[in-house]
Design a protein around this ligand. Structure first.
Ligand SMILES: [Zn+2]
Length: 238
């Protein structure tokens, strides 16, 4: 136990924090009373205030596309830390509420889209009575803005670690290809639904050539963090 704690402290000392990747889902005016839905929702006011607080503390908001470059530039001698904003699943409110706010603040962000949710072809079963998926037209507007980076998040949002390698490949590769066809440019980023993955998932992501792959936990990005297994921090409104 003590050795574990010392090892952890040593790791942290040798791998200074470079920044944070925030994991968000929905932006809503009125949050749900159901705890499991509420945990996925932040209000525009909360998001704006959190961004302004971090800016005040000297953080720089950067696009996930810039991360590979920053990876080599950020060092213990660089006092500025970065934040990347990421939204999972592909909710319509990312376009209707998050986008105008982030545009007015000049904050880059990425949206990891589960392609089955586009135009509500598949339902988000954790919101059984609502149609919350982004539309094709809205997605195209986001993708055309340099402030926004679109990433993939599978076709049907399964737990990838419960699937065979072939099934995983189809889920990951098909979502990447569908987005590339729809938007007309390569998709370089991916995040795991439910954060779930195994060795096959990592091998497939490497094979498909993603520049970054994000987890659903892991704390801040540290020196030595791997771009194809990036830690994120859940941004939760109290
Ligand atoms: Zn998800």
């Amino acid at each position: 136990m003590i050795i574990k704690r010392i090892k952890r402290k040593l790791y942290k000392a040798l791998h200074p924090v470079m920044g944070e990747i925030w994991m968000l889902h929905r932006v809503v005016e009125h949050r749900s009373d159901k705890p499991e839905q509420r945990a996925l929702e932040v209000t525009p006011d909360f998001l704006e205030q959190t961004i302004l607080d971090y800016r005040q503390k000297g953080y720089t908001f950067i696009s996930i596309d810039k991360l590979p470059i920053f990876d080599s530039q950020f060092s213990i001698f660089n006092s500025a830390r970065f934040v990347c904003l990421t939204f999972d699943d592909g909710y319509r409110d990312n376009y209707t509420l998050a986008y105008p706010l982030l545009k007015s603040l000049g904050v880059p962000f990425s949206v990891y889209v589960t392609t089955g949710f586009i135009d509500n072809r598949l339902r988000m079963w954790w919101y059984p009575s609502e149609q919350l998926g982004i539309t094709t037209d809205e997605l195209k507007v986001l993708a055309a803005d340099p402030l926004c980076t679109i990433g993939a998040h599978t076709v049907s949002h399964p737990r990838l670690d419960t699937l065979t390698r072939e099934e995983q490949y189809k889920e990951i590769a098909d979502s990447k290809q569908t987005l590339e066809k729809l938007l007309g440019h390569p998709i370089h980023h991916f995040s795991f639904p439910h954060g779930a993955h195994n060795d096959d998932t990592l091998a497939i992501c490497r094979q498909l050539g993603f520049h970054t792959v994000s987890m659903a936990w892991g704390g801040p990005v540290r020196q030595g963090s791997i771009l194809t297994l990036l830690p994120r921090i859940s941004t939760i409104e109290p």
